[in-house]
Design a protein around this ligand. Structure first.
Ligand code: TMP
Ligand code: ASP
Length: 236
């Protein structure tokens, strides 16, 4: 597979064309940002770790019949993915109170939610990814009712699969963010990455934070936390 021109560079990843029209190459960077790019640094080996962790997770989802863009891990920092047009919605799913939910509604952190809470954010760096609702999504023509129905069902299914998967490895899935894309046939595929950059992951015994919150809030041992997640998921 030949790596061709760069077509997109985000804060944590680059997407390249390949010699196959329908296949893109997704490269994970060590760069980390928070608060819409206000805080910036590099986390050593993050690219490799997130590529490996995302690979474990996409394989787990594939085994459970979730359609994703993932094809195969190509190198320590690269994976091959199906070409999709990204739908400009960030779908957040929460099981335990944390992060912006706590801030917005004055809640205590760490309370188990009776039912998962789904939120939609408009994927727009210029606007700072504002929270919006289903009517905004239809008004902006980002997805229709049918597609948003599929996206919501897929998110809840991913939540059930990954909650069990992480718990088996001694990790609580507090919350996470998903992105979806459409392939050339109009199928909706789970896209982007799933990693400690995009999930809150707490040790199931101690509630120690093992995710990007260590970077966001200068908690220290950032690389070590990503290494720990990788090590635990490697144990079959
Ligand atoms: P939040 O509590 O800050 O809204 O974050 C909810 C989840 O979404 C958390 O697991 C981190 C993830 N997330 C991203 O992947 N990208 C982002 O830009 C933000 C703000 C959150
Ligand atoms: N990825 C986002 C950014 O830089 C925010 C975050 O993950 O907290 O801006």
């Amino acid at each position: 597979m030949e790596k061709k021109e760069l077509i997109y560079e985000g804060k944590a990843k680059k997407i390249y064309k390949t010699d196959k029209e329908e296949i893109y190459l997704q490269e994970f960077k060590d760069d980390a940002t928070a608060f819409n790019g206000l805080k910036k640094d590099k986390i050593p080996h993050k690219g490799e770790l997130n590529n490996q962790i995302s690979t474990y997770i996409f394989n787990q989802l594939k085994e459970n019949a979730i359609p994703t863009h993932f094809l195969e891990k190509l190198s320590p920092t690269e994976m091959l993915v199906r070409k999709v047009d990204i739908i400009k919605i960030e779908v957040v799913c929460r099981n335990i109170t944390a992060g912006s939910l706590v801030k917005k509604f004055g809640l205590e952190e760490g309370i188990e939610l009776e039912n998962p809470v789904i939120e939609y954010y408009y994927k727009s760096d210029e606007l700072g990814d504002p929270l919006f609702n289903e009517d905004h999504i239809y008004a902006l023509k980002l997805a229709d009712k049918f597609d948003l129905g599929i996206i919501k069902k897929m998110t809840l299914a991913v939540n059930e699969i990954l909650r069990k998967y992480f718990l088996k490895h001694g990790i609580k899935l507090v919350d996470f963010k998903l992105e979806f894309g459409k392939d050339r046939f109009g199928n909706i595929l789970l896209a982007d990455e799933i990693s400690p950059d995009t999930c809150r992951l707490w040790d199931s015994e101690t509630n120690k934070k093992l995710d990007k919150d260590r970077f966001r809030f200068d908690l220290g041992e950032v690389e070590e936390a990503y290494q720990e997640i990788n090590k635990r998921l490697a144990e079959a």
